[in-house]
Design a protein around this ligand. Structure first.
Ligand SMILES: Cc1cc2nc3c(=O)[nH]c(=O)nc-3n(C[C@H](O)[C@H](O)[C@H](O)COP(=O)(O)O)c2cc1C
Length: 217
């Protein structure tokens, strides 16, 4: 499908059909992820593709517990910019609650692991900030999700599993789990609903030309 259409309609999908995801489609998404840029071409990501029902059950249980802790302390915004924004917030919360309860039923769960390593460098004047290692991981996650979208597969970038990182890495048999963190857990499957363009702030409201504050009329 057209690239711009694919990325404009890639949004968080949290309700999935049980239909299986083909091996060929998974490889296409993984290859797209691996093609992403990374600082110094370090390519830091390891992917764990979880398909068997037992492992999905374990990860799903950890996600449910992590999400329950998170949602308990997650307040609602004091006010909304518009009734549409409020409705959108409620839909997102309901869908997130649903995924919290049903992650184990999603056909494929892909975990993006990044190593815990010293990153950056220094010269005689001190440390040189070249950005965090995360900046070399999330492009791969987004590439994966865009490729999935172009194949008709839904995804959502999720991170609350990080609350249960140690247990998740152990359950997945990661050696030296203290040397890894989970950058993202992405459920993959065919969506129950439809893809569509999600609500965002108008781009003109957040874009500055040449100097801060110069807006395009
Ligand atoms: C860094 C990051 C972490 C996220 N973590 C979660 C999560 O743990 N669970 C979840 O259901 N959604 C998670 N999301 C999805 C966001 O809620 C979603 O991208 C956002 O609400 C926009 O959704 P939309 O594209 O459908 O409008 C996360 C997104 C990002 C970028």
């Amino acid at each position: 499908m057209d690239t711009i259409e694919a990325l404009m309609t890639t949004r968080a999908i949290r309700r999935f059909r049980p239909d299986p995801v083909s091996e060929a489609d998974l490889w296409t998404c993984l290859k797209a992820a691996q093609q992403a840029p990374s600082g110094g071409n370090v390519q830091p990501v390891q992917y764990i593709v979880v398909r068997d029902a037992e492992s999905r059950g374990v990860i799903g249980g950890l996600y449910r517990d992590a999400y329950a802790r998170y949602s308990k302390v997650l307040g609602a915004p004091q006010s909304f910019r518009s009734p549409e924004d409020e409705a959108s917030w409620r839909r997102t919360r309901d869908a997130s609650d649903y995924l919290g309860e049903h992650l184990a039923e999603v056909p494929v769960l892909v975990l993006f692991l990044q190593p815990i390593i010293a990153w950056g460098t220094a010269d005689a004047e001190g440390p040189l900030d070249i950005g965090r290692l995360d900046a070399s991981v999330y492009p791969a996650v987004q590439n994966f999700m865009l490729a999935a979208r172009s194949l008709g597969l839904g995804t959502a970038l999720t991170t609350v599993i990080r609350i249960s990182t140690a247990a998740a890495l152990e359950a997945l048999g990661v050696p030296s789990p203290e040397k890894w963190e989970i950058a993202a857990l992405v459920p993959v499957g065919y969506p129950v609903g439809h893809f569509g363009e999600a609500r965002r702030k108008p781009v003109a409201a957040v874009t500055h030309f040449d100097r801060w504050g110069n807006r395009q009329k």
